[in-house]
Design a protein around this ligand. Structure first.
Ligand SMILES: [Zn+2]
Ligand SMILES: [Zn+2]
Length: 244
């Protein structure tokens, strides 16, 4: 087995923000992971950074675990899961951060599972016309796309520079567009050049078509939850929305 899932051990750590379950080796951490922010020092915030209420013995300070800013209880009362920082329990967040974290939680609960379960695609690498049926899935540590057919191939998520979802089925009124494939551009370690790989949902596997479509939709969901941003080149998407 190659580097992809070699070191997946986890350990519990406690910070001032709560308990976190993190990979034992820093190198094994998810590319979607976020570091805990430094907290704005108490002395630097005499007032709530949202509603500007003055802090005193009754109005106490609370730090948002996601942005590290300082708020009153009213402006920072929500406890929301924060998977990207590996918190075991929901943690206190300001209203703005809570919204983002809720969206990401949905991504973690649904789309990430679909991506990790995998789906079957016709895969063509580089400029080759030849394609191969392969099962494509996100590795358990979320760092690689694993492709398995007659051969095994890995793409490091952090090396992906562009993701394009391919669609078909335009109708004058719109609404029937469906994802049929995906184009990825990425860097192979040791090379500066971009390699392209094309995934096409196969027509031969009717029973798997839904699965392939769900997998592509989950990949596309990165866009609504910009989790891939912060990797090598950001996320560029040319998905044609049904109404455009
Ligand atoms: Zn406030
Ligand atoms: Zn916040």
């Amino acid at each position: 087995m190659s580097g992809g899932e070699a070191c997946d051990g986890k350990k519990l750590v406690r910070s001032s923000s709560g308990l976190r379950m993190v990979p034992e080796h820093h190198a094994a951490r998810s590319p979607f992971g976020l570091d805990e922010p430094p907290w704005v020092p108490d002395k630097d915030c005499p007032r709530c950074m949202q509603c500007e209420t003055k802090f005193d013995f009754i109005t106490r300070k609370h730090h948002c675990r996601r942005c590290g800013k300082c708020f009153c209880d009213k402006c920072c009362s929500k406890k929301v899961p924060l998977s990207r920082m590996c918190f075991v329990d929901p943690v206190r967040q300001c209203a703005e951060c809570a919204l983002i974290s809720q969206k990401e939680t949905e991504f973690y609960d649904k789309q990430l599972k679909v991506l990790m379960n995998g789906a079957t695609f016709c895969v063509a690498r580089g400029t080759s016309e030849k394609s191969e049926m392969m099962v494509c899935r996100l590795s358990n540590n979320q760092r690689y796309l694993f492709l398995d057919g007659d051969s095994h191939y890995e793409i490091e998520i952090a090396q992906i520079s562009t993701v394009q979802i391919l669609t078909e089925g335009f109708t004058p009124g719109g609404g029937n567009t469906r994802a049929t494939g995906m184009l990825l551009q990425y860097k192979v370690p040791g090379s500066e050049e971009l390699t392209q790989i094309k995934f096409t949902a196969s027509e031969d596997f009717n029973s798997n078509k839904k699965l392939s479509a769900a997998w592509l939709a989950a990949m596309h969901k990165h866009n609504g939850t910009p989790i891939l941003i912060g990797t090598a080149g950001g996320y560029h998407d040319i998905y044609a929305a049904p109404n455009s």
